[in-house]
Design a protein around this ligand. Structure first.
Ligand code: NAP
Length: 290
């Protein structure tokens, strides 16, 4: 059973892959979908397709680069001007980079897009989510989080970016680390939101044929992604858990969970979750000055 009709749902990275399928399914159920994308042209093409296929005109497009803290703050301001409530936030956007690169704000790219961006976006929209309760936050992590490490003294791999594991399909340790941090953020946020009516859960969509990894900057990753394509599920299947967590009444009270199966043991370290939160806050306050 679903009561998503008329609810306002923000989905980041919804012009492609799992995010696009999630947006389409929620639009089909009658939700007002706000597609948050970094490229207007790609976003508009996907938006039109979703409107045509679902017959739902309430599909909006807004621009935000999740690797840029200033873009996120700008987006949050613009969102508030247009909407006075937010029922579902799906932090879906993600990207994987094999080589260590930094953003113009000096954040390592995997860390910025997959962890710091969702952390800031969620916190910027938290008062709206609280005033719209019951509301839901859904974080899209990855099974590769089990290969991740959280070193509070080197969160962005400044001292150590080697150690790429051959068996890690992302071949990007920064990606695995950031996805682990996203899980830990989910569990710490769930404790902070207890009793607020805002639930927060994390999911691993499974190995899915999408654009992920195509822009990773590594030929070996590209070849590997091509080779494994026959083993991957399609994006519609990959979106199933996001859609379920966003819309099903069965999970309306569930919070702080990785659906059905447990996430990797490291993600449940409560002490580290708290320390990671405060370290992230100080990193973000540095970005405020940029
Ligand atoms: N595919 C898998 O096997 C798999 C497995 C585990 C987890 N995941 C996770 O699932 C989520 C969806 O990925 P996908 O597989 O559907 O890949 P995808 O097709 O590449 O979609 C990723 C989306 O994120 C957007 N994005 C990337 N960087 C961004 C940025 N800086 N700012 C704003 N948006 C940005 C992309 O926009 P552009 O089109 O503009 O690049 C795209 O819309 C990601 O969080 C990914 O880590 C995927």
């Amino acid at each position: 059973m679903s009561s998503i009709k008329g609810k306002i749902c923000v989905i980041t990275g919804s012009n492609s892959g799992i995010g696009k399928e999630t947006a389409k399914a929620l639009a089909e159920m009658g939700a007002t979908v706000v597609m948050v994308v970094r490229d207007r042209e790609r976003g508009e093409k996907a938006r039109k397709e979703i409107v045509e296929q679902t017959g739902n005109d309430s599909v909006d497009l807004m621009i935000c680069d999740l690797s840029s803290m200033s873009s996120i703050r700008h987006f949050a301001g613009e969102f508030r001007k247009k909407y006075d409530r937010l029922d579902v936030l799906i932090n879906n956007a993600g990207a994987s980079f094999s080589k260590r690169e930094v953003t113009p704000e000096c954040f390592e790219r995997n860390f910025a897009v997959n962890y710091l961006g969702p952390f800031l976006l969620t916190n910027e929209l938290l008062d709206l989510l609280k005033s719209s309760a019951p509301s839901r936050i859904i974080n899209v992590s990855s099974g590769l989080a089990k290969n991740g490490k959280v070193d509070l003294d080197d969160l962005q791999g400044e001292r150590n970016y080697k150690g790429t594991k051959f068996y890690s399909p992302s071949r990007a340790p920064g990606y695995d680390n950031a996805k682990l941090m996203l899980m830990m953020f989910t569990y710490e946020l769930a404790r902070r939101l207890e009793g607020s009516g805002v639930t927060v859960n994390v999911l691993m969509p499974g190995f899915t044929a999408t654009n992920l990894g195509k822009g990773s900057g590594s030929l070996s990753s590209y070849i590997m992604f091509k080779m494994v394509r026959p083993m991957q599920q399609n994006a519609k299947k990959g979106a199933e858990t996001s859609i379920y967590l966003a819309s099903s009444d069965d999970v309306k009270d569930m919070t702080g969970k990785k659906k059905e199966v447990k996430s990797c043991p490291a993600s449940y370290n409560e002490e580290l979750q708290k320390r990671l939160w405060s370290k992230t806050e100080s990193i973000i306050s540095l970005a405020r000055k940029l």
